[in-house]
Design a protein around this ligand. Structure first.
Ligand code: SF4
Length: 324
């Protein structure tokens, strides 16, 4: 089943998030052969279309997961594509899903994802009206505010300007904006990757309520995987993630800064020296994300930090590294 719960930040307070991957046909960019280079999610989408009624039923079923759990709850809906793509979900289906969620008092936050070009005022507005009183966020995959990196290293097919347009529409329609940023697109050194996220946060901040720092993990069948196999790409160091999160939260304490380091401490996920302590750092990042309390990531043991410091200082590229 593609739904699960996790401790997470719910509208600014610690709580429980229910994650649901809706069985839509997935991202249209994947279907036209233009998927983002790091992304394999749409490959797992159903090959045969589910009936829209069945998708609504799936949401009801997933909500069973939070029964008896301690609130408050956030419901984060992924579609391996875009919630506002009418080819994935009919407007009527979106409304029905929101009506179900609106009835649940303990659900304080609802997040859906969309590519920039699919965000339309009317579509967001009608859902904001249904979800009135709840923290309703539209998550947009900006990845980077640098259009060249978005093109060459990610194949995003969107520009920063398109993101700004989508974010402004979202705010005008009464919802909040979550901005996804990718820590470490391919072809960037570790140091440049850190600078890219920081620069992107500075540029996107006026349009953003929540930043989600998505730390690259190696997904199957992607260009990132091919480069990783050839030792030309390494997922970011956990110390880089910590550096970005500390900087972002100190600089913008009023913004939510979230991160879920998938596969932390494994070769395919963000890692330092692949010791047990990597997993401790991964858990500390999750704790920080859920609570927004910097002390979880401020007082970590500096294990393997010297080696990371050398990589940053020397601005080494991944293929120059001996130790991965
Ligand atoms: S990251 Fe988003 S937009 Fe890019 S291919 Fe994956 S689902 Fe589509």
């Amino acid at each position: 089943m593609s739904y699960w719960i996790n401790e997470d930040n719910v509208a600014g307070a610690p709580g429980t998030a229910l994650f649901i991957i809706l069985p839509t046909i997935g991202c249209y960019r994947f279907r036209i052969g233009k998927a983002c280079y790091m992304c394999a999610y749409p490959a797992a989408a159903p090959k045969v279309r589910w009936a829209q009624d069945a998708i609504v039923g799936y949401v009801r079923e997933a909500l069973g997961k939070i029964e008896g759990e301690k609130g408050p709850f956030a419901v984060r809906i992924f579609t391996s594509g875009s919630f506002f793509d009418n080819g994935e979900l009919k407007p009527e289906t979106r409304r029905r899903i929101f009506e179900i969620l609106a009835e649940k008092k303990e659900v304080k936050e609802i997040v859906v994802e969309s590519r920039s070009e699919l965000v339309r005022y009317n579509a967001v507005r009608e859902l904001a009206e249904i979800a009135e009183g709840k923290h309703f966020e539209v998550a947009i995959g900006l990845e980077t505010a640098n259009d060249d990196i978005a093109d060459v290293s990610i194949n995003k097919g969107n520009t920063f300007e398109e993101f700004v347009r989508a974010a402004e529409i979202t705010h005008q329609a009464g919802a909040k904006v979550k901005t996804y940023l990718l820590l470490k697109p391919i072809f960037l050194s570790e140091r440049d990757a850190i600078e890219d996220v920081k620069g992107s946060i500075l540029k996107a901040e006026p349009y953003t309520d929540t930043f989600s720092i998505n730390i690259t993990d190696i997904q199957k069948g992607t260009l990132y995987e091919r480069l990783w196999e050839k030792k030309e790409y390494r997922p970011p160091w956990l110390w880089s993630a910590v550096e970005v999160l500390l900087w972002a939260k100190r600089r913008f304490p009023e913004k939510r800064i979230l991160s879920d380091p998938v596969g932390a401490g494994s070769k395919r996920g963000p890692h330092n020296c692949l010791t047990d302590y990597d997993r401790v750092i991964g858990r500390a990042i999750k704790k920080f994300s859920a609570t927004q309390d910097l002390s979880y990531i401020e007082n970590l043991k500096p294990e393997c930090r010297e080696r990371w410091g050398y990589v940053i200082e020397s601005n080494l590229l991944d293929w120059q590294l001996i130790m991965w």
